[in-house]
Ligand binder design. Structure first.
Ligand SMILES: [Zn+2]
Ligand SMILES: [Zn+2]
Ligand SMILES: [Zn+2]
Ligand SMILES: [Zn+2]
Ligand SMILES: [Zn+2]
Ligand SMILES: [Zn+2]
Length: 214
């Protein structure tokens, strides 16, 4: 896998001294010792905090599935490509979410074992997820960590007013029969999250505000 090997080259360049005495130590790292590793519930190896990740290739967060930039925790084992955003490392283990007020959601590092194909479907956007999952065991309710942290109101570049988050289009108004996303033009099934401006009847999928898929 090209990405993996390039990433490993980069890793070796940056952290050569952790890989054994034969590897040359980059000069600029000689007097700046690596920060100590920390453990995280989501991974069996210790993770090392990095202030600014640098790589030629796009690196994907093992938690949220989005591209990794800035502060990151990466696996201390050279052969393991696990890494997470600092923001994903810092996620709350339990979440009381307004979209599912009846139960507390628990943060899982991977979809529950009883889910087939090791994926879950997010109740907010209906896209699948393979990494971190805010999960209600009783209801089999799942949220991407990104969806769980969507803001209540949002300014979108394609609309002049603030948009408000609704957990289904019928919660805007009971009488609404169908809802078409004003950005992608697709029909929005009831029960998935939308951002809406009541003044202009402008509404979009919550996922159409996100730069890339989770
Ligand atoms: Zn992440
Ligand atoms: Zn690892
Ligand atoms: Zn989602
Ligand atoms: Zn529940
Ligand atoms: Zn859309
Ligand atoms: Zn508006």
């Amino acid at each position: 896998m090209l990405l993996r090997s390039k990433w490993q080259n980069n890793f070796i360049w940056r952290f050569g001294d952790t890989l054994g005495p034969k590897m040359a130590k980059p000069k600029h790292l000689k007097h700046s010792p690596l920060r100590p590793c920390v453990n995280h519930f989501s991974h069996s190896h210790p993770l090392r905090p990095i202030d600014q990740i640098q790589a030629e290739d796009e690196l994907i967060c093992s938690g949220c599935g989005l591209e990794v930039t800035g502060r990151t925790f990466i696996c201390s084992k050279s052969w393991c490509d696990f890494l997470v955003h600092k923001s994903c490392f810092d996620l709350e283990f339990e979440l009381q979410h307004k979209s599912h007020p009846q139960h507390t959601l628990k943060l899982l590092s991977t979809p529950p074992h009883n889910y087939s194909r090791k994926i879950y479907f997010c109740n907010a956007c209906r896209d699948y997820g393979t990494g971190f999952d805010y999960h209600c065991k009783i209801c089999q309710y799942d949220l991407h960590v990104g969806c769980a942290n969507l803001p209540k109101t949002l300014k979108h570049k394609d609309h002049q007013h603030l948009l408000t988050l609704y957990y289904s289009f019928t919660s805007i108004k009971d009488s609404i029969q169908s809802f078409v996303c004003d950005l992608c033009g697709q029909n929005v099934p009831n029960g998935i999250w939308v951002y809406y401006c009541e003044q202009c009847d402008f509404g979009i999928h919550s996922r159409c505000t996100i730069p890339d898929k989770y």
